[in-house]
Design a binder for this molecule. Structure first.
Ligand code: FEO
Length: 630
């Protein structure tokens, strides 16, 4: 479908919603756009073609605009096949059309098509013009933006710059009926345009700067790139300002990217601990990315966006971990430079990743390394935590973090969590050979109505979490206010891997899928199919479709508050231990400080009980522990 840009310039490109990887490597979840333009004057010019798969759709658009007129010129600005693939079909369809392109573009046509259309071509270079009537096109050489043959084209009549790949972005940018979106919000354009620039063009900062210098001499009203939306007004001003920053390799913002890889979670823990420390010190923008799991080009774009980069990785085959090596290659390929870099390495017997990362970055210009380098031996320990803190101090100072001394620390009062309402449930699973399992959960919410979806958070330590992931099935038994503490002890304080948590409960009911229904103290049951899973750190979030739901009674549901008030045993003073007598078997003897869980008797040994400690047996918090000396 045609889209008017000015009175006689039209967008006739296409939207690609079916592509998976652009240029064979870039994820494009919002699709891709291949733009082409038609200028209707005394002479008719078409600017560039589109991807091979869209020949007919493009010709339909052109036909709609031209209304029976024949194109006099096909201007080829760029020979990459996403724009040039249909030259041959076009030239066969319109035998009188003249090709207009640079000398290098014609040489490339020979390679792609076996001909340069020597009898139908007009070779142009920097500063040459093409008169169409009212419009006179001026060609501007833009080598290496993004190939050497590239020309951009300026129409002084309507103040339009056809900018080839420059100012492009990922995304289909159509209105649902095929028309290109011509007015775009700058903030919505920027993230994908940044990923496009640093993925595709970043290596060629100097050529882009030369093009920007030429463009600065032109009066620009509208920019028509080969990808993405047409830009004008605030969107164009935003794009030009960002290109000036990006092309000069200057950081766009103050902030810290923590890019890490982790094999067993210890380096991941360090990366997140450092990020938390940076936030606590008032760093304005701290991003954390797992290089093995994130889109590498989004991380590359963030590395160029921010002024500080932390690299944290495991030593692997005496080098950095593979995903980190690949990331560093992406950076060096794109002339990464002019940043503060900090290194965190992990190694169980011969840490060497920091040295390897420095070697990999040797060819980058103007990198400054943080004075504090952190070495972790297998897992975070007192010395490596101290080093992380020192690094956080250094980086916070470097980015000019200014924690507001008067501001209350955000989200630091754990009592606030107690005011979030919860119910209590037995989440039931089954092993592949039919053995029942279940655990107590409280974080359950209906998150969608049509179709009904529940979100359930389960601790990764629980066997139920493992079975739900493995079988993709769950059932919720909604506990009612009659449920005794014995139920919570049975399902909450022990692991079902080695015992039958259902033994002695009486005859179980069954959902249609075979999952267990407890014989009493349950007012409703729901059978669920796991549709999505999200790793939340200590817990996993299961988003589930509801396949069966039954109400069993009208007894009110057990809430977490009701449990605490009426079901959970009240802490009782423990008898003082008699050292060496063993008369309190839950408490070891000796001259040590111990902390005893007043609910289940578990003993923690140590001078200090961590404030976030949770009893490993009954899951009660540090506040339910009592200090014992002796
Ligand atoms: Fe959109 Fe360099 O091709």
């Amino acid at each position: 479908m045609k889209t008017p840009i000015t009175d006689d310039i039209f967008a006739i490109g296409v939207a690609d919603h079916g592509i998976d990887l652009f240029e064979g490597q870039f994820e494009v979840p919002d699709g891709m756009r291949y733009n082409s333009y038609a200028i209707l004057d005394e002479k008719v010019a078409v600017v560039d073609t589109v991807d091979a798969r869209f020949l007919q759709e493009w010709l339909d658009n052109m036909q709609e605009v031209l209304g029976g007129r024949q194109p006099d010129y096909l201007v080829v600005q760029h020979m990459e096949p996403d724009h040039s693939a249909n030259i041959q079909a076009f030239m066969e369809l319109f035998p009188a059309t003249v090709l207009v392109a640079s000398a290098q573009a014609f040489a490339m046509m020979q390679n792609f098509f076996g001909t340069q259309w020597s009898d139908r071509r007009q070779m142009v270079g920097d500063g040459d013009t093409l008169a169409l009537g009212r419009h006179v096109l001026t060609f501007v050489a833009a080598p290496m933006v993004h190939w050497p043959e590239v020309l951009v084209t300026y129409d002084a009549t309507d103040k339009v710059l056809f900018s080839a790949d420059a100012f492009g972005t990922f995304g289909a940018y159509d209105d649902g009926e095929g028309e290109v979106i011509a007015e775009v919000d700058p903030s919505s354009w920027t993230p994908e345009a940044r990923r496009y620039y640093f993925g595709i063009v970043a290596k060629y900062g100097a050529p882009v700067q030369r093009l920007l210098a030429k463009a600065a001499t032109l009066e620009l009203g509208t920019v028509c790139p080969l990808h993405g939306p047409v830009l004008s007004g605030a969107a164009l001003a935003n794009a030009v300002a960002l290109y000036q920053t990006w092309a000069s390799y200057a950081p766009e913002a103050k902030g810290i990217l923590v890019a890490y890889t982790s094999v067993y979670g210890h380096t991941r823990a360090a990366a997140h601990e450092l990020a938390e420390g940076l936030r606590e010190r008032g760093c304005p923008l701290v991003l954390v990315r797992d290089l093995a799991r994130c889109d590498p080009y989004e991380v590359v774009a963030q590395a160029f966006r921010l002024d500080t980069l932390v690299l944290a990785t495991t030593t692997y085959n005496t080098d950095a971990f593979p995903a980190m090596r690949e990331f560093l290659m992406h950076l060096t390929d794109r002339a990464f430079q002019n940043r503060l870099v900090a290194l965190v390495e992990n190694g169980s017997w011969a840490p060497g990743a920091a040295r390897a990362m420095r070697v990999a970055l040797e060819k980058c210009r103007d990198l400054r390394y943080a004075a504090h380098q952190v070495c972790i031996h297998s897992a975070l320990a007192r010395d490596s935590r101290k080093a992380l803190g020192e690094l956080a101090d250094e980086l916070a100072a470097a980015v000019g973090a200014t924690p507001d001394a008067d501001a209350e620390s955000p989200a630091t009062d754990p009592a606030a969590f107690n005011n979030i309402g919860y119910g209590l449930y037995v989440a039931v699973t089954r092993t592949s050979d039919g053995r029942d399992n279940g655990c107590i959960v409280n974080a359950v919410s209906q998150v969608a109505a049509t179709p009904a979806r529940l979100a359930i958070s389960i601790s990764k330590r629980n066997y139920t979490h493992h079975l739900a992931l493995q079988t993709e099935r769950l059932a919720l038994n909604c506990l009612d206010e009659s449920a005794p503490f014995e139920y919570f002890r049975r399902f909450g304080f022990q692991c079902g891997r080695g015992i039958d948590k259902f033994e002695g409960l009486g005859e179980l009911g069954r959902m249609a899928d075979g999952l267990a229904i407890l014989p009493e103290h349950v007012n409703a049951v729901l059978s669920l199919r796991v549709e999505q899973y999200m790793d939340l750190g200590s817990h996993g979030l299961f988003v589930c479709a509801v396949e069966e739901a039954r109400v069993l009674s009208s007894v009110p549901s057990m809430t977490y508050a009701y449990y605490h008030q009426h079901v959970k045993p009240k802490p009782a003073p423990l008898p003082a231990p008699t050292p060496g007598t063993g008369d309190n078997p839950g408490i070891a003897t000796g001259k040590k400080v111990r902390w005893v869980c007043k609910i289940c008797g578990f003993v923690y040994e140590g001078e200090e009980l961590p404030p976030d400690y949770v009893c490993p047996l009954c899951k009660h918090p540090a506040s339910d522990f009592e200090r014992i000396e002796g």
